[in-house]
Design a protein around this ligand. Sequence first.
Ligand code: NAD
Length: 479
Amino acid sequence: MSTHYTRPLMFIAGEWREGGDGTCTEVRDPATEQTLAQVPRASRTDLDDALEASAAAFEIWRRKPAVDRAGVLQRAANLLRERAVALGPLMTLEQGKTLAESTFEFMHAAETFDWYAAEALRANGRLMPARLPGARQMVLPQPLGPVVAFTPWNFPAALPARKMAGALAAGCTVVMKPSEETPASAIALAQALADAGLPPGALNLVFGVPAEVSTHLIRSDIIRKVTFTGSTPVGRQLARLAADGVKPCTLELGGHAPVLVFDDADLDRTVATCIQGKSRNAGQVCTSPTRFIVQQGIHDEFVRRYGEAMEQLAVGPGLDPANQMGALANTRRLQAMEELVGDALAQGGRLVAGGRRTQPRGNFWPLSLIADVPDSAKAMHVEPFGPLALVSRFSKLEDGLAEANRLPYGLAAYAFTQSAATAVAVGDELQAGGVGINSFAVSQIEAPFGGIKSSGYGNEGGREGLEAFMHPKFIHHAT
Ligand code: NAD
């Protein structure tokens, strides 16, 4: 197993380069707290070079037949699949998740490239009955232009892959700033695309001081579309910048997903699914189940069994295959866990599992369960973005739904029930971009994924993830 972490470089106009700024951001292994590398920060010249390269490449890439663009994505997918086992340790080193999760994520990125390669061939327009004899009225989908993309550290391959694949399949070019904390994963995707024959400049990767880089890139006249995944406050800031230039945005922001557990739920299956759902990526998922709103009759048994199952989960370095959950990606998350748990307990919450650091070194935090948490507790409205589950109770469906829809977020919401009528009711009434019933699998390559309310707007995934990078040009052709 290779655990050699190389110095991350920027990728501009088809060349790997050191940044011109002269300063760096440190990449740390969250399991050992050791420094892995220094990421160079872009100078203004680097950013301008990336912008110009994306503009020049757009004139080439948008004219390529869709089948040729698809070929590049397919070859990159094949390369990623061949490399996934070798790349997995790099993601685990920089992000902390288990090796199984890291390897799976590269395979998932490959499948995303494949799916959008095929979707590029289905970017169909339409022909409509004309109002004049002999005339043609048609809609021709066209790529928007160079795109600027910002991706976070929680899924350092899957999230860049979604943006790269949709944009490139549509015929757009990209300037991407992945998270400086997890650069190697996005670099591996860029290398696969370059090896697959992507023209220089069609994809550029830059790193730097996030606010400076995003301001400079979004303000550039070259950029025609902004796509961001990250927190709601940063999303708001970027949307304001984009509004100045009248640039469309896709914003995938935070969530605070409710989980309604009804009396008639299959408890064995529910507890097993909730363990998997909450431990995935150590809870650092925008769709992570957070507020467990449990019906009166099943509440005590659910809390007991969920807490017991949490205590069984092996937490430790992601490189050790015996561990089922790795380290939190950065110390900010560890501090957030300490603060949110402390506040929930001070406000009367009852600790059922976890709740404190288990190792003196490394960002390890166990799966934690707090019952009887009052709505006034911080964790009941601030996204924990970590392995923390909060339980409250309800009696009637309407009360459960009201509690589930209480927050300004609307990304994902879940319910566990064996009743078809309850499943229909929650499907209709939960205010979220995605609803899982007896399931947390609300993010699939072939389906639209996105939020409402403060969780953002626009979609990735599915054909919507291609359309996000295109505009429907109307052509009226009189003869
Ligand atoms: P943060 O808001 O500082 O950063 C989130 C991401 O945005 C990072 O990748 C960061 O590099 C980037 N970023 C920050 N400021 C930026 C700017 N001005 N321009 C462009 N990019 C910028 O928060 P954080 O401490 O890294 O993460 C904490 C919170 O972020 C979590 O509580 C969660 O709400 C949210 N988050 C959401 C997702 C998601 O998938 N929706 C992913 C990661 C983080």
